[in-house]
Design a protein around this ligand. Structure first.
Ligand code: ADP
Ligand code: MG
Length: 729
């Protein structure tokens, strides 16, 4: 066995079992202990400061400096009791990770001693040296400065002896350089638009907030094997590897017993998550071997996004403690399922009602249908934007590839809701409805709750599915910050609800009763959005054909999909809603195109190196063994015997030679294409060149490497194989 595969195995065998901190403490006793939450604030802040911060959280009221100082003092006292020595503004720049720069609380006081220093100014705003974060040209033209500003709606927390303060990150000119800023704005506009519409049905509604429940899928791989795979280390996925004879075909992993070692890991990270106030709830094996999922109870969207970022970082750390590596890549292994992050999305009122949940009477059900149909219309009208919001180099392996959600955005409603839409379409006409007609329609609508309780009506192949009391955006990639799809969805929905409100009011002005006006507008929307509804198998070829007939777009190429960010109508919508400006959208487009290009560039370099430095030398070694063997046979055997016995070896030799020369040639062509593409100045053209001219080589070269893997002596093969990596025990 080659030395480092041997080492990998050795580490595996010697791995000591990591003791789990088995404590008998109830979850309720440590849930949120590392969070400066409402309860903690009450005891660490003066009444005045607590009231001010509560108002700021609920209504965005600005905090004055004096109050900010008081809050900082309380926060510091609490954090130091929790063992914190440092503090940091914690933000989400557009590179997809979270950023933090730690400063110590203490400062020299001038007489050889230190004082603990953290005041309101340091809490509220900071200026990190941000020149190395992606900005899409925003900071180059003006000042190179970036600011972080406290987001009081997401509570501060202590992690690893550091007080982390969630912040937004903006340029000197005010433009957003992060994921959080537009998310907060999109929730605010959705709140405004949804509240106006919700008031049609219930005057007491004063606020609507977006809820998000994400489901995070991930792979685990043993640390030793991870280190023996430079492709996984550098790109997060395998760029080569023949499929294992057994993978997921027996479907024996999904919901199966969780291996002990993984269970220990889950216990540990969930424990940390609970201390951070993340309400983790569900854990199970996923479809592919070594694939798992973690899901919390849903929360307000801004908090849910922060919690997702936080848990991803926590899981990464805890995985290392357990001698695992966690893979968030959307497609770490070819031929088996990839990972997604379903975004369960809904709207909740301050009166405690889920607007996407059927109600108890015809009125609340009409409200429910109104929000469902408006979501349908929003997705129909903004399908390309939603598609762009989830487009990344990693997710490209899922969307439009062999499995997982297709690149076509469609909506699944289930047969009962579809029936309701039919009823509305058929019973509402442009003419005034008779009281009998109205009563009948309302009775039909009143039946919804019973039928929807039947939760078997599920479709797991739809990218956007109604699941009883929420929509589930299933096409989101596992590595992506949920903010991206949530901003697209919230803004589209806000825009849609505004239109709806105006359409209804226009009819009311024409003396049509409001409930009838609502029916008429809904009927119109159903007709306009019908072609985005699809109830069948989203992975089938028939759907591809059918979608094409319907004129739905099916963009499998990432650079092309990303274009929607700078489509004129999308820019207009975002500007009208004050969520993102033209410049901010252009910057985001540029950053995502560049990131895409760089990811393919890195993959191409890694594969080229591995092919030339690892694979070809190994193949040649084996070739030489065969040559020696054939030569020996020639010495020993007569011609006839030689032909008979050495025939197979000679054939194998030829095969090896052919794969080697194919790899050599294709790596050379790939490098040539890269050189050409690297000279392109225009980033759109460059990303397109990487997608169209360079990416195809990755599969081409891999094909020959995977064939060699099947031929070459296992003892010589340097990289751990799929069958070795995919089964944790
Ligand atoms: P499944 O895999 O069947 O979709 P899970 O239990 O894994 O179900 O995930 C369901 C997710 O949906 C959870 O994260 C849950 O919190 C979330 N969810 C439930 N109700 C809502 C809601 N009203 N708004 C947002 N998310 C919700
Ligand atoms: Mg789900």
């Amino acid at each position: 066995m080659p030395i480092f595969r041997f080492k990998a195995m050795e580490t595996l065998l010697n791995r000591s079992k990591i003791p789990v901190g088995l404590d008998s403490v109830k979850t309720s006793e440590y849930f949120g202990i590392n969070v400066f939450n409402d309860k903690t604030m009450k005891s660490y802040l003066s009444k005045e400061a607590y009231k001010a911060v509560s108002l700021s959280i609920e209504d965005g009221v600005r905090l004055d400096r004096r109050i900010a100082n008081q809050i900082a003092t309380g926060m510091k006292a609490w954090a130091m009791e929790r063992g914190a020595t440092h503090y940091t503004h914690w933000f989400q720049p557009l590179n997809g990770a979270t950023a933090e720069k730690h400063d110590a609380f203490h400062e020299p006081s001038g007489n050889g001693e230190v004082i603990q220093n953290f005041d309101g100014d340091l809490l509220v705003q900071q200026e990190p040296d941000a020149s190395s974060f992606p900005n899409g040209g925003i900071r180059n033209t003006f000042e190179a400065r970036g600011y972080t500003a406290w987001d009081p709606t997401s509570p501060a927390f202590v992690i690893d002896r550091t007080l982390c303060i969630p912040t937004i990150f903006v340029a000197y000119t005010g433009e957003a350089l992060d994921f959080k800023t537009p998310l907060i704005k999109s929730s605010a506009v959705l709140d405004k638009a949804a509240t106006k519409v919700a008031k049609f049905f219930d005057k007491s509604v004063n606020k609507v907030h977006t809820t998000l429940g994400w489901e995070q899928e991930y792979f685990l791989i043993d640390e030793a094997l991870y280190y023996a795979r430079p492709d996984i280390m550098l790109t997060g996925r395998t760029l080569m590897g023949h499929s294992s004879p057994k993978n997921q075909q027996l479907e024996d992993h999904y919901f199966g017993a969780i291996p002990d070692r993984v269970q220990d890991f889950m216990y540990d990270f969930e424990h940390e998550a609970l201390k951070l106030g993340i309400p983790v709830k569900t854990r199970h094996n996923e479809v592919a071997p070594n694939q798992f999922e973690c899901a919390p109870v849903f929360e307000e969207v801004n908090l849910a996004v922060d919690h997702n970022q936080l848990i991803m970082a926590t899981m990464e750390k805890i995985a290392i403690k357990h001698k695992f590596r966690i893979l968030y890549h959307e497609k770490p292994f070819a031929g088996i399922n990839g990972s997604g992050k379903h975004n369960n999305w809904s709207l909740a009122t301050d009166t405690g009602v889920n607007l996407l949940s059927p109600g108890k009477n015809p009125k609340s059900n009409l409200s429910f249908l109104t929000f469902v149909i408006n979501t349908l219309k929003a997705v129909h009208d903004n399908a390309d934007l939603l598609r762009a919001s989830i487009s990344t180099a990693g997710n490209e392996h899922r969307l439009g590839a062999n499995e997982a959600p297709p690149a076509i955005i469609s909506v699944f409603l289930g047969q009962h809701l579809n029936k309701m839409l039919d009823i509305i379409e058929n019973s509402v006409s442009g003419k005034k409805m008779s009281p009998d007609q109205k009563t009948e329609l309302k009775m039909d609508i009143g039946k919804i709750p019973e039928i929807l309780l039947d939760n078997t009506d599920r479709n797991r192949t739809s990218p956007f599915a109604f699941t009883g009391n929420r929509f589930e955006f299933r096409a989101v990639g596992s590595a992506l910050n949920c903010s991206s799809p949530m901003v697209a969805l919230n803004t589209s929905m806000a825009n849609q609800l505004e239109k709806f409100y105006n359409d209804v009011e226009a009819l009311v002005k024409k003396k049509i009763k409001r409930d009838e006006a609502i029916f008429q507008v809904l009927k119109k929307y159903i007709g306009l959005s019908r072609n985005v509804i699809f109830e069948g198998n989203g992975y089938s070829d028939e759907w591809l054909k059918e979608a094409e007939k319907r004129g739905l777009s099916n963009i499998t190429d990432t650079p092309l999909a990303l274009k929607a960010f700078i489509g004129e109508s999308n820019i207009n919508m975002f500007e009208k809603m004050h969520v993102l400006s033209r410049r901010e959208l252009e910057a985001r487009y540029e950053i995502r195109m560049e990131t895409y290009m760089k990811k393919i560039q890195i993959e191409s370099r890694v594969l080229g190196d591995l092919a030339i430095n690892h694979i070809i030398p190994t193949a040649i070694n084996y070739q030489n063994i065969l040559i020696k063997n054939v030569k020996g046979m020639r010495d020993l055997l007569d011609n006839e015997e030689f032909d008979r016995q050495a025939g197979l070896q000679l054939q194998t030799l030829k095969k090896i030679s052919s794969h080697i020369s194919n790899i050599n040639e294709k790596v050379k062509l790939m490098i040539d294409s890269r050189k050409k593409a690297n000279k392109i100045k225009d980033f759109t053209k460059q990303a397109t060149a990487y997608s169209q001219d360079i990416k195809p080589y990755l599969n081409d070269i891999r094909y020959h490497i995977d064939k060699l893997e099947l031929i070459v002596d296992d003892e010589l093969w340097v990289m751990p194989k799929y069958r070795e990596m995919l089964f944790i025990s």
